[in-house]
Every structure is written in C-alpha cells, then in structure tokens.
Ligand binder design. Structure first.
Ligand SMILES: *Cc1c(COP(=O)(O)O)cnc(C)c1O
Length: 384
C-alpha cells in the first residue's frame, strides 16, 4: 500500500510556493502533496458535466485513503479491480453497494474476496471468464466489456480487454444458459483521450447491442458503463471537461430510456490534485549544460512518464526572473534511463533548490518503486 499522512492541515487551494516550501521543510523531500479540495472540485465538475451519470472512482491511478474518504462524502461510488482495492474500500467503510468490480480477468480467489465484501457487479469479456461465475449464479450481476479501439487515446486500453461488439450477443446467451444475470455493457476505450469520438461511437454501438439483447438475456432496464479516460491538462492542455462531455450527453440522450449510466473516472478526479516537490541533490556541467540530479525520478513519482506517457509541467519553486538555460533534470538512481527532462529551460539552480511538478496525482506515486533504495515520495494529504 502507499504510505499515507492524515491531512488535518487546511491550506489554501491552490497552494502558494511559499507554503509548499514550508511543507518540504517540515515533512522532507521528495513530497507528494495531495489536495483533497481539488479532488472535490474535479468530482463536482465531472458530475455537473455528466448529469444523471453515476460516477465510480477507479482506484488504480491513486489508491489513497484520503481520496476515498473525500469522494465518499461527495456521494461518489467506486470502481475496484483487485483484492487489494477491495480491502482499501472495506477499511474506508464504503458500503459494497457503492462498488463495482471491473477487472475483466480474475482468479476465483479475487471473485470470492469481492463477493465476501458484498460486491455484486462484475465484468467479463469472454466465455471462460463468464463460466467462472457459474457457481455464483444469483449472487452476481455481470457487465460485458466490449472493445472499441481508440487510436486517439494516449493509452489505448481496448487493446488488452473487451470482446468484439459482434460477439456480445453470444456472450449474453452463454451467461443466460448458465443462469447468470447480464445487467449491461461496459467499455473503457483508453485513458487521456484527446477527443470523445471513440466514446461516442462506443455508446451508439452499445445502445444497439442492448436493444438487440433485451428480452434475450439482457435485463431491462440495462446498465451502460462508459468507462473513464476523461483528459486533464499536462504540458499540453486538454479539452475542458464541459466541452468534452457535451457530445457525450447528446449521445446518452439517444440510448434506450431508463438505462442506468455509469462512468469510471480515474485520472480526471485525482490527476490535478497531486503536486510533487523534489530537491536538487547535486549538479554537474556536462557537454555544455547543467545536469541537475533530483531526489525523485523515473523510478519514483515520475514513473508515469514511462508507463503513462505523461509529461508533467515542472518549474523551480523559487521565483527567478533571470536568464534560463537548456538544462537536464535527472532522477537520483544510478541508472542512465532515469532522466526526467533533457530539454527543459531553467534558471541556474543549486543543490537544495526545490522543483515542483504539477498535475501529478494520477499514475505517478501509484507506480513508484524504491529502486536503488531511494525512498518514494512521502504522501501528505491536505484539506481533507
Ligand atoms: C484504469 C481504469 C479506469 C480509469 O481510467 P482513467 O483514464 O484514469 O479515467 C477506469 N476503468 C477501468 C476498467 C480501468 O482499468
């Protein structure tokens, strides 16, 4: 599990640079500041852009108790994928009726752990996986995951999971023959989508499948789970959420009446809430530029640059009006891949200077390691 610091601390949002410097002094570096007020703001803005859609926070990008607690008080539901995530919501006191389990491939022990907790809704995308539920008929409800390739997403998630739309009716029939209830369809086309186009196509296609299978194994009304993927600003700005969701609202207006609609946002909820503070350990002049070696890097909070293909806005914490130079930011480990930025314009820095990385809440500390015994950033939750 990720470490956690209970944030009784109330700070302004956004947090000024002076306050951030004080936090590093008090809590050390590297430091991951998780602003729960931003979690609230993001949840509310997505909820208002998708009225009537039940939001289930996908824990994967930032499985942190402070995030779960904050979202629970906002009325959010949760999207779980592993037994560890089930444990986390159990410990947070989340009622299982507010959780769905959406990993398309599970071991029986994972299914059992989720059922023991009280989860009822699961996802399957192929005959073998459906058969795993045969012994749980009457205790589970299935969503079939359908695949829609998303070349426009930074991370195309339909490559790995989901059945072809044409295969869905056959899977509904198989489930019915095993006495299993299929309550709907789900898809997750990809993460950090630039445009909602794939989602729109997927909603249309799923609506057609729902119409074709209702009365043939699909419950009425059905559930449609439209996944996550809602984008946030990094170095490149994203389409604002209201604009991104407007055509989605129109597409949802055309699906069978009474359909319960669910979304599984992850990045959009937690990405903007995480700020990473990292300190220059030392520097070296190499081939005409300064290399700055930080106490956090690709094996730590910046792991998302590798796994998630994200580029985070990074700036020195100290205001500097002077000239800027082509510089290199490197992580602390002895591995040469551990370079955060080769092409960054920075004022001249010294050992001890702090850099701040913003929009770093999603897929960052969650995939960090302690490689080379450089400890991960301490997680400090504020404005709980
Ligand atoms: C990772 C994941 C999400 C969250 O995706 P974001 O792009 O971060 O919103 C939602 N649903 C499933 C099934 C996932 O695997």
């Amino acid at each position: 599990m990720l470490p956690n610091d209970d944030g009784e601390m109330q700070l302004p949002t956004p947090c000024g640079n002076g306050v951030l410097a004080g936090l590093v002094q008090r809590f050390g570096s590297p430091l991951f500041v998780l602003d729960c007020e931003v979690i609230r703001r993001q949840y509310r803005s997505l909820a208002s852009a998708l009225p009537g859609v039940e939001l289930h926070y996908a824990l994967k990008p930032l499985p942190q108790p402070a995030v779960i607690d904050t979202l629970a008080s906002e009325g959010s539901c949760f999207d779980l994928a592993t037994t560890g995530e089930v444990e986390l919501v159990r410990q947070a006191g989340i009622p299982p009726s507010r959780c769905i389990h959406t990993h398309p491939i599970k071991r029986d022990q994972d299914i059992q752990a989720a059922i023991d907790f009280g989860v009822k809704t699961f996802v399957a995308d192929n005959p073998d996986e459906i058969r795993k539920f045969a012994g749980y008929a009457g205790r589970v409800a299935l969503l079939l995951r359908v695949s829609f390739r998303s070349p426009a997403a930074v991370v195309d998630l339909s490559r790995k999971f989901g059945c072809d739309p044409e295969a869905a009716p056959g899977l509904v029939e198989l489930a019915m023959s095993l006495g299993l209830e299929v309550i709907g369809l789900s898809f997750h086309e990809g993460s950090q989508s630039r445009l909602p186009d794939t989602k729109l196509r997927a909603i249309e296609s799923c609506a057609a499948i729902i119409r074709a299978t209702q009365g043939r194994g699909m419950t009425t009304p059905a559930t449609l789970d439209i996944g996550g993927g809602f984008p946030i600003d990094y170095i490149e700005p994203a389409v604002p959420v209201e604009e991104f969701c407007a055509p989605i609202r129109r597409a949802l207006a055309a699906i069978p009446e009474g359909t319960r609609v669910v979304a599984e946002p992850g990045r959009f909820i937690c990405g903007p809430a995480g700020t990473v503070l990292t300190t220059v350990m030392g520097r070296a002049w190499r081939e005409g530029r300064w290399w700055y070696y930080l106490d956090d890097g690709l094996y730590g909070s910046f792991s998302g640059q590798l796994y998630d293909h994200a580029r985070y806005p990074i700036e020195p914490l100290r205001e500097a009006d002077g000239p800027r130079f082509h510089s290199v930011l490197a992580g602390p480990t002895c591995d040469s891949i551990d370079v955060i930025a080769e092409d960054i314009e920075l004022p001249e820095l010294q050992a001890g200077d702090i850099l701040v990385g913003r929009q770093m809440g999603a897929y960052t500390v969650a995939s960090a390691t302690d490689f080379n015994f450089f400890p991960r950033a301490r997680i400090l939750a504020v404005n709980r």
